[in-house]
Design a protein around this ligand. Structure first.
Ligand code: ZN
Length: 325
């Protein structure tokens, strides 16, 4: 039994309209599902990904309009990296970020890997890296994306965890979750270790950064990451993961049916919220593939409350005029 890499990353926005405009208009991802946060139905849950939101390509957002800005610290996911096909694609993205006035740095070698760091309009820390190895198969470009195929974001590459110390998190992700250590190095005087799982490489790695100087993180606001989810192929292995995590004393939740996948959650000892999610059934279960994300989707158990839920949601202004709910 092995995890298949990163399933999705879920972050927080305070402005759904700005969020949709950036992730679809600037980054060229597809809005594959517009639904509500099942634990707080007054908030949208927006899913972006490749043509149908294959697992491993999804960046998702809870829309909490009255939340304050994110406060950085330890026990957080401090950066999310996306993968693009090659180095030329990174150069193309630098130009695009210049044109669209997206805050970004120069392409920089980080432990031998060319990296382009940038932020979304709310300060969400993001990176683009190019696939130096195949790793987990990348996603399929959405044919209506404003970004050309050759430079399309193929999915998630990795996440960075900032931690007080690396030892307890390293132990859990290796001994319990089956990751193996790939690299260990210093960057800017900080200890960094990377770990891989399954096929390894793009889509299947995490980077741990030790920052004993930073305060412990208490609050995920707009521009911060809420959790990262890892992939498991089916419900049988999902149940077995739950058992393994419970046996390791990790305080895992019961299996929760998110309708598009099944989920379990636990907090790793460094404070970061982890999820393990099934690859299926996916986003085309309640909408035709060609119309994903165009209207508000609700799982069957919330369908009866649709009118009330819709009346509590703020319409999302659309790029180019109009609104959508
Ligand atoms: Zn999740």
């Amino acid at each position: 039994m092995e995890l298949g890499g990163i399933h999705h990353v879920t972050a927080v926005t305070g402005d759904a309209g700005l969020n949709v405009a950036f992730y679809t208009g600037a980054l060229g991802l597809r809005l594959v599902k517009k639904t509500v946060n099942q634990d707080d139905v007054s908030a949208y849950h927006l899913f972006y990904g490749d043509e149908i939101g294959h697992p491993g390509t999804e960046m998702t957002f809870f829309d909490w309009s009255r939340i304050g800005p994110h406060v950085p610290g330890t026990g957080t996911i401090s950066s999310t990296a996306f993968r693009v096909p090659d180095y030329a694609a990174l150069e193309w993205w630098v130009e695009r970020f210049r044109e669209l006035d997206v805050a970004h740095e120069d392409i920089e070698e980080r432990n031998g890997r060319a990296t382009l760091r940038f932020t979304d309009p709310e300060g969400q820390r993001l990176e683009l890296v190019h696939d130096e190895a195949e790793g987990v198969p990348g996603g399929t470009p959405w044919e209506k994306s404003p970004v050309p195929r050759e430079t399309f974001i193929r999915g998630l590459d990795s996440v960075e965890l900032t931690l007080k110390n690396l030892s307890s998190t390293s132990r859990v992700i290796t001994d319990v979750m089956g990751f193996r250590q790939a690299e260990e190095y210093e960057e800017g005087g900080q200890k960094v270790a990377t770990f891989e799982v399954g096929l390894g490489g793009p889509g299947a790695r995490v980077r741990l950064v030790e920052r004993p100087d930073l305060p412990i993180h208490r609050f995920v606001g707009a521009g911060g990451v809420h959790h990262v989810a890892f992939r498991t192929p089916d419900e049988e292995e999902h149940a077995a993961w739950r058992e393994r995590l419970a046996k390791a004393g990790l305080g895992v939740t019961p299996v929760i049916d998110r309708y598009y996948f099944k989920s379990i959650y636990f907090r790793e000892p460094g404070g970061v919220l982890f999820e393990i999610a099934t690859d299926g059934p996916g986003f085309a279960t309640d909408e035709a593939a060609e119309h994903l994300g165009e209207t508000l989707s609700l799982p069957p158990f919330l369908e009866g409350q649709r009118r009330q839920i819709e009346s509590n949601l703020r319409p999302i202004p659309l790029v180019g005029g109009g609104v959508s709910r």
